[in-house]
Design a binder for this molecule. Structure first.
Ligand SMILES: [Zn+2]
Length: 98
């Protein structure tokens, strides 16, 4: 693979001053499906990036769900305890933590 013969990236990108997308102006560094792409538009790179973002999002939404459940359970648990009792328990837990 001759790096210098790849030409420009074949990705079409939206252009600031044009309604129609224009060809990416970066030099191609990889060939996928006989088309050259710059580093940023390499389909494999984009795929990996998307996967990474998906996983990050999954993790975050997982943590959000966990937190939500925790808050919900706390609320429910406290519903059956008087404020005084709750305060007593919190203070006792603080004592233990020390
Ligand atoms: Zn490009």
């Amino acid at each position: 693979m001759e790096k210098n013969n790849l030409g420009r990236c074949s990705e079409l990108v939206s252009h600031q001053y044009s309604f129609h997308p224009v060809q990416c102006s970066f030099k191609a560094v990889v060939v996928r499906d006989r088309k050259g792409y710059c580093k940023k538009h390499d389909p494999e790179y984009k795929k990996a990036k998307r996967k990474e973002q998906d996983e990050k999002w999954d993790k975050e939404s997982n943590e959000r769900a966990k937190k939500k459940k925790r808050t919900q359970l706390e609320k429910e648990y406290c519903k059956y305890i008087s404020t005084e009792e709750l305060e007593r328990r919190v203070n006792k837990s603080k004592e233990i933590e020390k």
